[in-house]
Design a protein around this ligand. Sequence first.
Ligand SMILES: NC(=O)c1ccc[n+]([C@@H]2O[C@H](COP(=O)([O-])OP(=O)(O)OC[C@H]3O[C@@H](n4cnc5c(N)ncnc54)[C@H](OP(=O)(O)O)[C@@H]3O)[C@@H](O)[C@H]2O)c1
Length: 293
Amino acid sequence: MKLTSLLVPENPVPHPRRVLITGCLGQLGRTLQATLTDHVRLGIDLPDCDITDPAVVPFIEAHAPDIIIHTAAYTNVDGAESNPDLVFRINMWGTHNLALACQRTGAPLLYISTNEVFDGTRTTSAYYEWETINPLSVYARSKAAGEAVVRTLLQRFYIVRIAWLFAPGGNNFPRKIIENADKHGRLRVVSDEFGNPTYAPDLAAAISQLITTEHFGIYHLVNGGSCSRYEFASEVLRQAGRGHVPVTPVAHSEWERPSTPPLHALLANTNAAALGITLRPWQEALAAFFQTS
Ligand SMILES: NC(=O)c1ccc[n+]([C@@H]2O[C@H](COP(=O)([O-])OP(=O)(O)OC[C@H]3O[C@@H](n4cnc5c(N)ncnc54)[C@H](OP(=O)(O)O)[C@@H]3O)[C@@H](O)[C@H]2O)c1
């Protein structure tokens, strides 16, 4: 078992000085490494370090982090339906190991969770941080189980729920829309699933503010505003200079997939906003994405 990356700035901030990032090669993990430049960043990811291996607990203890930011997860929502054992091993037991490492080191844990812990059946308003969750899919249940582990084992934790994540260079919705538009010349996109696009650099900047507060609890960090998949795709094509590509709105019931996503699991950011932490509107974030992609 070894670190995947170690980045040491010349003058790290005094606290939290050593930030351990799980899933450091993923979309969010890479973005956090690029954002938290004033901290010593210790990155772990497969194949160097498997969070499901109990040996990860003493391994992390030996590296004495001041905080663990836990982004690593099994993230293939559709694939999860046919792999529940693997999904729970990574998303629940992996999180359990990290919580144990936090118990041993005294470091707080920041656990990245998902809007999918809500069932999305309420169409009248977004979900607040304190509302009761009701996960539907295997992936969502495993992420909710991770939340439960964190809340049960630790007192010093941040649970940060995010939604439709996109980062420059990542495998995400805007990239797939552009690839499919260029390949097929036309698109069909679901118009009755709504969410909050979340631009990884904006999220990482918000997390860098949050971890200095030591105001522990549950947070919803998503870009401002919300949209349907159809509206998101249309804006992606417009901003990518492909506004001429025809897009047909379709109902989710016409789109065959193994898992059923929550249709209206919008997240309201009230707790972070009370600390002065908000993310700009998603359309502006998308423009920034295209400037850096
Ligand atoms: N993407 C979204 O739209 C979205 C929405 C809501 C919430 N989230 C949550 O946000 C977080 C980050 O998502 P992301 O899109 O950045 O994910 P990602 O790109 O799939 O990155 C996850 C990373 O975790 C690694 N990993 C998986 N199993 C591991 C294990 N057993 N030990 C160590 N590392 C392991 C993966 O390695 P491999 O690639 O080798 O498997 C990958 O590098 C996740 O917790 C996810 O549940 C994501």
